[in-house]
Design a binder for this molecule. Structure first.
Ligand code: GLN
Length: 194
């Protein structure tokens, strides 16, 4: 997809969506807050932000967005999930709430609040596949990826735990790249599907 055909949406039901809108603006891209199925029709790639995965799931369902979003993702719309967004997009959630059922948009098993037991939030400079300099990653009650399917590539680890991975159309991060002023992970997302 050519750069000028980008119609970026950020799911804006709950959580850190403003920070994603802001970082795209800083990159010269006007992203659309997505709150309804009509909004979904106007975009061709989407961010599921951090926040609270149980709340995001509930709001997707009560706003009748879940099915339309799932269909778009099944048809290959590029998606970027950060923290709670990664949990929502996963195939299997460990330590989730009983009624949590993820979208199964990427073949990963995630564990909620995996770092949070020891420490609520922290920053770590991480090496990312394809980036020349380390990335300043901010973790807040972060999940980890316990395992990935054959079609998923691992891009970064912290203490031997997977914190960034993806495939041709999906990128998921345990941390919050929208909270640092570094735009490189967002650029990785914008090049998905090209
Ligand atoms: N622990 C949160 C959840 O389960 C995610 C935290 C975050 O997005 N910063 O949804």
């Amino acid at each position: 997809m050519a750069g000028n055909d980008l119609h970026v949406g950020v799911l804006a039901l709950q959580g850190a969506f403003e920070s994603h809108l802001k970082i795209f603006r800083a990159m010269g891209i006007e992203a659309l807050p997505v709150k309804s199925s009509q909004d979904l029709e106007r975009i061709n790639r989407i961010v599921i932000p951090g926040g609270e995965s149980t709340a995001i799931q509930m709001l997707l369902e009560s706003n009748a967005l879940r099915q339309t979003l799932s269909e778009r993702l099944n048809h290959g719309m590029p998606v970027f999930g950060t923290c709670a967004g990664m949990i929502v997009l996963s195939k299997v959630i460990l330590d989730g709430r009983e009624d949590q059922s993820p979208l199964n948009a990427i073949d990963i098993v995630v564990r909620r609040n995996a770092f949070g037991r020891q420490v609520d939030s922290f920053e770590s400079s991480i090496d990312v596949e394809g980036l020349r300099e380390p990335f300043p990653a901010i973790f807040i009650r972060a999940p980890i990826v316990e395992s990935v399917g054959d079609d998923v590539d691992v891009y970064a680890k912290v203490d031997d735990q997977i914190v960034l991975c993806g495939n041709a159309t999906t990128l998921v991060a345990s941390f919050h790249p929208e909270l640092s002023s570094d735009t490189r992970i967002h650029e990785m997302f914008l090049s998905l599907g090209e």
